[in-house]
Design a protein around this ligand. Sequence first.
Ligand SMILES: *Cc1c(COP(=O)(O)O)cnc(C)c1O
Length: 819
Amino acid sequence: MTIFTSQQLADISEAKLIGPGHIQVEEILTDSRHYKAGGNKAFVALAGKRHNGHDYIEELYQNDIRIFIISEFRAAFKQFPEAAFILCKNSLEALQKIAAFVRNSFDGRVTALTGSNGKTSVKEWLFHLLKFNNEIIRSPKSYNSQIGVALSLLLLENRYDAALIEAGISLPGEMERLEKIIQPDIGIFTGLGDAHRENFESAEEKLSEKLKLFKNVQLLICQSHDAKVLKQIQEELPDTRIFSWGENETDNLKIFFQPQKKGTDIQLEYAGKTMLFRMHQKDRASQINIGHCLAYLISQNQINDVPAEAFEKLPNIEMRLEQIEGINACTIINDSYNSDINALSIALDLLKNQTPQQKKSLILSDIKQCRRHKDQLYRQVADMIHAAGISRFIGIGPELSKRSPYFSDIANTAFFTDTASFLKQFKEKEFKNEAILLKAAREFTFELISRKLQQKKHQTQLVINLEAMVHNLNYFKSKLPKETRIMAMVKAFSYGSGSHEIATLLRHQQIDYLAAAVTDEGIRLRREGIRLPVMIMNPEFDSLEMLPEYRLEPEIYSFEILREFARKIRMYTNMQHGIHLKINTGMNRLGFDAAETDQLIALLKSIKNIRIQSIFSHLAAADDPLHDAFTREQIRLFNQISSRIQVAFPYKILRHIANSSGTERFPEACFDMVRLGIGLYGFSANNQDKLQNVSSLVSHISQIREVPADATVGYSRAGKLKRDSRIAIVPVGYADGLRRSLSRGKWAFLVRGQKAPIVGNICMDMCMIDITDIPAQTGDIVIIFGDSQPADHMAKVLHTIPYEIITGIGDRVKRVYYY
Ligand SMILES: *Cc1c(COP(=O)(O)O)cnc(C)c1O
């Protein structure tokens, strides 16, 4: 993006500037979640129905953002003296004014695309075809809304020859605003469908609205296929040069498609010449999309610049038909985003091409987007499904159920009023070797169906109950004064539970800090969009220079690392960088000793661009009353050393020493912050009954075998049977973190609420359990640890602590979260 100053942005958007005018901006953001550290960024605070960008300003300021385009100036913003606030009536309009300004300064050709379907594909394919001879800038992904278009235009720079900009609308009045900022030279109209119809009076009104984008273009490209649409275009844009393509005599460009076994042959007739092309796609939507691209290239006289192979290598785009391996050799095609009738027709077409060999089934919900007469609509749906060769049809929803007789041409049909009743009668064995298309409006939650139909690869899962974690956090909060801050320990992949998900949960729960073990863990959090301050407990020497870029704050525990860090940041930044001082008060692990305090203060004072965010120490035995006198001594020593450091510096430094058990048992020692780890995961040495279990290790029975009394089970024949037994095989072994010393009955799994002891030795990927007294079946769920036998019980059996159990769960065990 072109670089602006805060003053320029205020001038362009005709808004009032509060704060400095010289701050430079290289990028403008609207989404506080998708934010990467570094660079000079401005944030546009948009106020929506459910979500107000102004709420994130404090957080973004902490993360070094210094320019904010706002529509409400809150008293709290006075605390951000370094920031420039651009105060306007409406932040979206301000953003659009800036976008229009950038557009006006662009000398290249701007092509705008709109239409109900295919605009992203046409844009991407045009880019792919034009790139050989042009520098092209295009809208990212499918940025086509009021915000998306503005953000796309901000990318224009005069080093590009041309721009491809997508525009989409859902409401009357929107296109006029987009036209004003895009000011396209050329237009491509990709066609009219049913999407968003409910907001318009009629198809004509919707078309008319879309055409507003093209009111000043020199040339408009469209398909002639629908005569009514073409006629309306010609009438509404009488002065525009229209370049139509299709199979009609009157078309400017004639295009014929001949589907072949592998792909489509395309024949063009233009100005008395015939040309042939070929592409590997063969579905109807792709044919229409390439038609628009060819019309563009011909009309711009660029067709000869494109190498013929480029047409054969067109990337597959936007076809939302993601294919997943399903149970019993089924293919699952999940397209449960929208259910308008055009999208259904495209999906059926793609289904035919993607899975030619398989039998085809469709599970469809009521169609929600359409205002058409219902009987007529569903009759058309029935015809379409029949024509597409669907052999099994499952309709879900009251509207479809009511009209089941329409579908009598299809061999196998079933109807349900809602998704839950379908799931209730669902039987795996009824789906075999077929391609199943799932198509639904969101509210029908077809992901539940998709989950049932998917093949489960390794069915041992660590299930994380996020709600229980919030409960545990609130328990600790209730023990603390309101102003005490909380640092959540997300080291070691959040105690085995998955850093990203846990960090995301916690940032909505008013946590002040996160702590990761090593730099890599911290970088991963940043890449995943976590912006809370992060302390790195064990920053490796050779990773220190990465810390400023990712705004990670190191734990400083020795003179050596302090000097090295000071040297590194001098080279990389001149901003102040936060550090955390670790004091050793008796743990005798990392940290400065009491005797080093004066030397430490002197060295710290000599380093300019660091800021001590906190001083902390770690308690060695806070959970054990036996050592309470020792713990109190640690606290006293910490208080003394940290006070001496605090008085040597003019700013406030946070102090903290308590971990989870320290927080519970020594509330007087919570200082400014506590560091919560194991407690969040539901384990406490003192008040176990106040906490809820968070993680459960769950698997299933893969086979059941009857084994007579004198036989043995498993390696080394260690499982000697005393009676005729039913033995179940469970796909979890020591490679998943199920410790082998639990073999031979030391631990039992829960099956149908009853204990099934482990028989014989645990194998690498499997183990065997005794279910002789339990009426269990294959596929039954097995709980290895969970709410009624949590991981700390298993820890006791193994003479270890729950920390080791939960962090030892293998990587291949899928983490599943629920709330
Ligand atoms: C892991 C850790 C904690 C958290 O301890 P819990 O007992 O899990 O609450 C606190 N401080 C430091 C320095 C740690 O390494």
